[in-house]
Design a protein around this ligand. Structure first.
Ligand code: SF4
Ligand code: SF4
Length: 320
């Protein structure tokens, strides 16, 4: 469950569909209605489309517009109806971050949960951080046409402490969605997908979450994971990629060791006789087979998903 402003988002899979709702999945976790241009239509028309379509799970709406008046009116409507308001900037060829930060602040003053949808190649780490500081709740990266490099872009922005990330594109299989989530995205949004595929992916992802406990768990740092992967790192006793990751995270190796030990104290991760480093806090991701770690989990009656949930909390605390 992801918190975005006042929203509790149940599924990591979102679907965009036009306001007419054509082809919308009936089972998909949540739907973002898109295609509203507030330069050409009124906010009442937007309201009519959101209220009148009979869509079962509308997460919110995605709109574009250059005038502040209608945007602020739409923000009030979003707040009153607990919708996500998304400002769609994918039509822009560059982003003026200072101006956008002012727009974000003004919309946030109306109380709306706010997402900005931008072309992923137009935003950098300082820009994402500035928007996050202005109050942005969700950064929606549109990666259409950028498939090969999008996971690296997500990792970079996630490591730079941006707002939670949603990635929007035309993804055709479970692996593509999982790859983006494992690089630090919190949500994946399918652009006008085949409804059957969207339903299948939503179900597969919730089954995966039940099994693994941390649906967007990172890879190990040495396998290219983002900074959350520090939760799976061993003590930094040899030269390996953990040193670069610690530098990025602003921690010395000594601080890392103490912080991990302190955070493990009083939790099941403190224990781990028979594991490589004597404590589960240094142990690998559950997907890496290890009979030593699994024996400890079994002796403590900890499920795999309990273990991964503890690692998720550890990652959150480590990177605070
Ligand atoms: S500390 Fe261990 S898990 Fe982390 S990067 Fe180094 S070898 Fe990989
Ligand atoms: S005991 Fe297994 S899981 Fe733990 S650090 Fe060693 S190899 Fe990794």
């Amino acid at each position: 469950m992801l918190k975005v402003g006042y929203l509790s988002i149940a599924s990591p899979i979102t679907v965009t569909t036009s306001a007419s709702g054509e082809g919308m999945s009936t089972l998909a976790g949540q739907v973002l209605l898109e295609g509203f241009n507030l330069d050409e239509m009124s906010v009442s028309e937007l309201e009519g489309a959101c209220n009148g379509g009979g869509h079962p799970r509308v997460l919110g709406f995605s709109a574009r517009g250059r005038e502040m008046g209608p945007l602020l009116e739409a923000a009030s409507y979003a707040r009153e109806n607990r919708y996500l308001m998304e400002l769609d900037l994918t039509g822009r060829s560059d982003l003026n971050i200072s101006r956008l930060s002012l727009i974000v602040k003004a919309i946030k003053e109306k109380g709306a949960a706010l997402s900005l949808r931008v072309r992923a190649d137009l935003i950098d780490t300082p820009g994402a951080k500035a928007l996050q500081e202005a109050g942005l709740d969700l950064l929606n990266l549109d990666v259409e046409g950028l498939d090969g490099i999008s996971p690296r872009m997500v990792r970079k922005l996630s490591d730079g402490k941006s707002s939670p990330i949603m990635v929007t594109g035309r993804f055709g299989d479970f692996g593509a969605a999982k790859r983006l989530l494992s690089m630090g995205a919190s949500l994946v949004c399918l652009k006008n997908p085949d409804p059957e595929f969207a339903d299948w992916l939503t179900g597969a992802m919730s089954q995966y979450e039940r099994l693994i406990g941390w649906y967007n768990a990172p890879k190990h740092i040495c396998s290219g994971g983002d900074l959350r992967g520090l939760a799976f790192c061993c003590p930094p006793v040899k030269s390996c990629p953990v040193l670069g990751a610690l530098k990025k995270a602003g921690m010395t190796p000594e601080e890392f060791v103490h912080k991990k030990q302190d955070l493990a104290r009083g939790t099941p991760l403190q224990f781990g006789d028979g594991t490589c480093f004597g404590s589960l806090v240094w142990c690998c991701k559950i997907s890496k087979p290890c009979f030593m770690r699994d024996a400890v989990l079994q002796s403590m009656n900890l499920s795999e998903s309990d273990y991964m949930n503890l690692k998720r909390q550890l990652a959150d605390e480590l990177l605070k």
